[in-house]
Design a protein around this ligand. Structure first.
Ligand code: GLC
Length: 564
């Protein structure tokens, strides 16, 4: 079976070399032509919930610094910290009131600089979360903008007259519920906010806004930041004529009529802004990761840009839309991302979506399924972004009472939309009180599973999810096939086992993932294809290989080096 793939291997190798060459444009690359972020493992830290050094119930910079050795040992090369700038915290930092400082709740700029220094010593890059689309309504720019129709910053935001007195300029709704326009009685106009009313959208058609935002990224690069995750980049521009969006029928959790966001998202002007941000990033050999909710690869390719001159790592999120263990669906998505014009990124969960433990878990084999999912996104060609706690098997723990909800959309959308608190609970460090996250009551309660799924206990258990993550990440860093090899799907009609090869030159690694609850035995016809055996590199339970066959436990994993 392998032989018929050989010709394809050569073609795929040549093609991917061409892509890499275009991509790297004589930047700092390794001997194989890879930029640093292509081989790096990224880890998303939600700073409120990671580690609380001053025991006020909220995590902080010094807390993150104290866990760098843990991250290094895990196999992390870069951490993306969600917004840690001064903010009224209406949207937990995604409402920025000063882009060039650290929120006192998280520490000081000096604490950040210490974190960056300590991270650098360990070879870990720091990525910050840049929020270019909107600020807080408490940002001095907006305070000035709102103060009068003639203020210096009036045109930094999007102000419009009502359609008729008492009616917003158009039918656009906020993604967090209600109209996207808020009336300001003092100046008798409405301002536009795609998210909460406390998050007014900046006017990117104003060159002063664009220049200021570019300069802010420069300011952080000079302080040792290696790149940004760009928040909500697909909505930077709106139709200047403010055309009404088409209404598509039905109502969402907030009671608003569904609409197609045709005139306020994904406008072509976005790409010019991204090219500008990329130009600055290139001055610092930095990486741009994008929150780009693309519907397909054609749309994703737009964000890589022509000749890869926009985002190096636009997140396609396509894995997060596969909410069942379906080899067919995953095969489809992997093939799609491999056909993209840039380097793939793999994400299976983040601070806005339920954790993978629950999305894929069947309630009985969740720990095995967590290892299965880890084996998938950590053995593919591309850059994985791990969400904190995924390596422990942390569970989404949704509040059961409305009064406990912290995320405002959970309060306004209750009970249909319970908000995102469930995936933002404190990191589970040990079995002690508050899971070792803080000595004070944490801002969100620690889930009961902290007793069974925590760093201290899992570090001692060779069969834990954490130990398996460490093993996979060690492999990823050392095995050339897993790093750079091409992806070749095997047994494409198998409905239970997802299997593929990663091929680099004349070496291959076989990955076999049983996505079913029954044991499986798969014939890979190794001998006929010139291989004597598959030597286990990582496997779960009793999953193993003998001769041509791989035997897999329910939800079992086998990863093996093919030997001649
Ligand atoms: C992004 C963030 C999300 C935030 C929103 C508004 O989608 O990931 O957490 O609420 O932007 O800034």
């Amino acid at each position: 079976m392998l032989s018929k793939f050989r010709r394809i291997v050569v073609v795929v190798l040549l093609l991917s070399c061409a892509v890499l060459n275009a991509q790297n444009r004589a930047k700092t690359v390794d001997a194989g032509g890879h930029a640093w972020w292509q081989h790096a493992v990224f880890y998303e830290v939600y700073p409120r919930s990671f580690a609380d050094s001053n025991n006020d119930g909220v995590g902080d910079m010094n807390g993150i610094a104290s866990k760098l050795d843990y991250l290094k040992d895990l196999g992390v090369d870069a951490i993306w910290i969600t917004p840690c700038f001064p903010s009224p915290q209406v949207d937990f930092g995604y409402d920025v009131s000063n882009y060039e400082d650290i929120d006192p709740m998280y520490g000081t700029l000096a604490d950040f600089e210490n974190l960056a220094r300590e991270a650098k010593k360990r070879g870990i890059h720091i990525i910050l979360d840049f929020v270019p689309n909107h600020t807080s309504d408490q940002h001095p720019w907006f305070v000035d903008s709102k103060s009068s129709r003639t203020s210096a910053h009036r045109d930094w935001y999007i102000w419009r007259d009502g359609k008729v007195p008492g009616q917003p300029p158009n039918n656009w709704t906020s993604t967090f519920g209600g109209s996207a326009w808020k009336f300001d009685p003092a100046t008798n106009q409405y301002y536009y906010h795609y998210f909460y009313a406390q998050q007014p959208d900046l006017n990117w058609r104003n060159p002063a806004v664009e220049k200021t935002m570019f300069d802010i990224t420069r300011w952080w690069y000079k302080r040792g930041v290696s790149g940004f995750r760009l928040d909500a980049v697909d909505i930077l521009f709106e139709d200047p004529n403010l055309k009404d969006n088409p209404v598509t029928g039905g109502r969402n959790a907030y009671g608003d009529a569904y609409q197609e966001h045709k005139y306020n998202t994904k406008l072509p002007e976005v790409h010019q802004a991204l090219r500008g941000l990329r130009k600055v990033a290139d001055e610092y050999n930095a990486v741009l990761i994008g929150e780009t909710w693309t519907k397909d690869i054609a749309e994703l390719n737009l964000y890589y840009g022509k000749g890869n001159n926009e985002l190096q790592l636009p997140m396609d999120f396509l894995f997060t839309t596969v909410n069942k263990l379906s080899p067919t669906e995953f095969r489809k998505q992997i093939a799609a991302i491999n056909s993209a014009s840039g380097w793939p990124t793999f994400v299976i969960s983040n601070h806005d979506i339920a954790r993978s433990y629950d999305r894929y878990g069947d309630g009985q084999h969740n720990d095995d399924i967590a290892k299965l999912m880890a084996s998938l996104y950590l053995t593919l060609r591309g850059t994985p972004i791990l969400y904190y706690g995924e390596e422990l098997g942390m569970k989404t723990t949704v509040p059961t009472r409305r009064e406990d909800v912290k995320d405002p959309i959970g309060r306004s959308g209750w009970p249909k939309e319970k908000g995102r608190d469930g995936e933002r609970t404190p990191m589970q460090w040990d079995e002690s009180v508050n899971a070792g996250f803080s000595k004070a009551t944490p801002w969100l309660s620690v889930p009961p599973t902290a007793k069974t799924h925590n760093v201290a206990d899992e570090s001692k258990d060779p069969d834990s999810i954490l130990s398996f993550y460490k093993k996979l990440l060690r492999l990823r860093h050392t095995n050339k096939e897993l790093l750079d090899g091409n992806y070749l799907p095997l047994n494409q009609n198998d409905q239970k086992v997802l299997s593929y090869l990663r091929v680099y030159q004349d070496q291959a690694v076989l990955v076999a993932l049983n996505m079913s609850g029954t044991p499986q035995r798969v014939n890979f016809e190794l001998k006929r294809n010139g291989f004597a055996s598959a030597r286990a590199l990582a496997a779960t339970g009793k999953s193993s290989s003998q001769g041509d066959f791989v035997t897999l436990d329910p939800y079992g994993v086998f990863i093996g080096q093919l030997e001649r």
